[in-house]
Design a protein around this ligand. Structure first.
Ligand SMILES: [Zn+2]
Length: 183
């Protein structure tokens, strides 16, 4: 038995002779589409929820939260930070596509805990221009979740700010821990 034989049949990790990672993913898509039936949904999330989460590869939002296709919007970036672009997506999510609940998910062992704003200075030294964006590095993940909740709750463009909750996902146990916004 090979290692690949123990993986799910649809996994893009399944060994295929040659080809790039992208080629393997496109092959996996062909297997997916072969079994796909159009659920006939419109673009509005069934649960009226938008989730902002870190892009971390260990965080499988649909599996971790029992989500199904069509249930929610997922907005992901490095850190799960509420940036101007996150607000852009949340504003469209609420005003054009009917979501009312916002869930913020950061996690243990985030790469942003190992960075500082020096990252921007190093980039500037290397390429001759400073990025317009902040790194949004942090030391205290709980405090960072609180700051993200606060950015959502105080944003003037959003319609629904009364149902905003924040969590830290433990990458070792798979459990969410809720963050008290007031502590
Ligand atoms: Zn992260």
């Amino acid at each position: 038995m090979t290692t690949s034989a123990s993986l799910p049949a649809d996994s893009a990790s399944e060994a295929s002779a040659g080809g790039s990672v992208t080629d393997r993913l496109v092959e996996a898509n062909q297997r997916y589409a072969a079994k796909f039936t159009d659920p006939g949904m419109d673009a509005s999330p069934v649960l009226h929820v938008a989730i902002v989460a870190c892009m971390d590869a260990r965080l499988d939002l649909h599996a971790a939260l029992g989500l199904e296709l069509g249930d929610c919007h997922t907005i992901r970036n490095a850190g799960g930070v509420v940036t101007d672009d996150t607000i852009r997506s949340l504003t469209i999510s609420q005003r054009a596509l009917g979501t009312r609940t916002v869930i913020l998910i950061h996690h243990t062992g985030c790469g942003l805990e190992r960075l500082t704003e020096d990252f921007r200075h190093e980039l500037e030294d290397e390429v001759g221009q400073r990025p317009a964006w902040a790194v949004e590095a942090f030391r205290d993940v709980d405090q960072d979740v609180r700051q993200s909740m606060q950015r959502v709750r105080t944003n003037p463009f959003l319609l629904h700010k009364d149902d905003v909750r924040g969590f830290v996902f433990d990458v070792h146990t798979g459990l969410l821990r809720e963050i008290d916004p007031s502590s």
